[in-house]
Design a protein around this ligand. Structure first.
Ligand code: ADP
Ligand code: C5P
Length: 243
């Protein structure tokens, strides 16, 4: 589970380098909608490929010391809470086949921690986070865009379960943060990105049909991806014939 790993997981320990351009997938959706579960399901279907999962949470700005005391005043669900420029430059480097260092984020201290984690280019790189489809430059780099859809009440229940029960946060603070920031930012910034998705998944990781279709589509695209590099002219001809 990448939540345990905070931000990153790679499934192919024996793969050393991948010269191909990675296939980028973005998985967005509200808090506790099941994004991580979907990513894990996709990951387990690609044992034969080198898959890396990167969480947008890794790109949260560190909270300044004077704000840590006033953490309840801070909106972690606003696009400005993320260092999108760093995420974008990391994506661009990975696309070019270069390794990058992704920050490590401590949810309890609300800060980045050293060291970061080195990520090598992979066959498939999945970017997961509430606002992964928000920035048009990030969207343009994604080969596949997914939005995980779940009812707000289900998400809130899961969020309480995760933050208050599993991570020991004060339940009143969890509810205050939700009504003050999370709900409003979801409506203002997250939900409007659903229209950019190629695929909308209701039911998250439990939606086996959606996962199967996604995996099949990625496999097909990866095949084309590789062939395109070997026979670029054939693909130009094919698309001309389709017109
Ligand atoms: P996200 O990455 O969108 O925040 P997660 O996949 O981490 O969502 O799921 C949030 C929480 O809900 C986790 O504690 C997870 O175990 C739980 N969860 C996810 N999907 C389901 C499901 N279909 N049924 C019950 N609990 C689920
Ligand atoms: O996994 P999920 O999509 O829920 O992660 C994003 C959520 O993490 C945001 O809704 C944000 O409110 C929460 N968050 C937090 N404390 C932080 C950073 C993020 O509660 N320090």
């Amino acid at each position: 589970n990448i939540k345990d790993n905070v931000f990153l997981q790679s499934n192919a320990s024996n793969v050393t380098s991948t010269p191909k351009q990675p296939f980028f997938i973005g998985v967005a959706g509200g808090t506790a909608s099941g994004k991580t579960s979907v990513c894990n399901k996709i990951n387990t279907n690609f044992r034969d490929q080198h898959v890396v999962l990167i969480n947008q949470d890794s790109f949260y700005y560190s909270l300044k010391d004077n704000m840590v005391q006033k953490v309840n005043e801070y909106n972690f669900d606003h696009p400005d809470a993320f260092d999108t420029e760093l995420m974008l430059s990391s994506m661009e480097k990975l696309k070019l086949g270069q390794a990058v260092t992704i920050p490590n984020y401590d949810f309890n201290r609300h800060k980045r921690t050293e060291p970061g984690c080195q990520v090598n280019p992979a066959d498939i790189i999945v970017f997961e986070g509430i606002l992964v489809l928000h920035d048009s430059r990030v969207r343009d780099l994604l080969n596949m865009k997914i939005f995980v859809d779940e009812d707000s009440d289900v998400r809130l229940t899961r969020r309480i379960q995760r933050l208050a029960i599993e991570r020991g946060r004060n339940i009143q603070n969890v509810l205050d943060q939700y009504s003050r920031f999370v709900k409003l930012s979801f409506e203002e910034f997250v939900l409007p990105t659903k229209k950019y998705a190629d695929i909308i998944i209701p039911g998250g990781g439990d939606n086996e049909v959606a996962i199967d279709l996604i995996v099949q589509n990625i496999r097909m695209k990866l095949g084309q991806h590789d062939l395109c590099k070997i026979y670029p002219n054939i693909f130009v001809m094919l698309s001309t014939f389709q017109i």
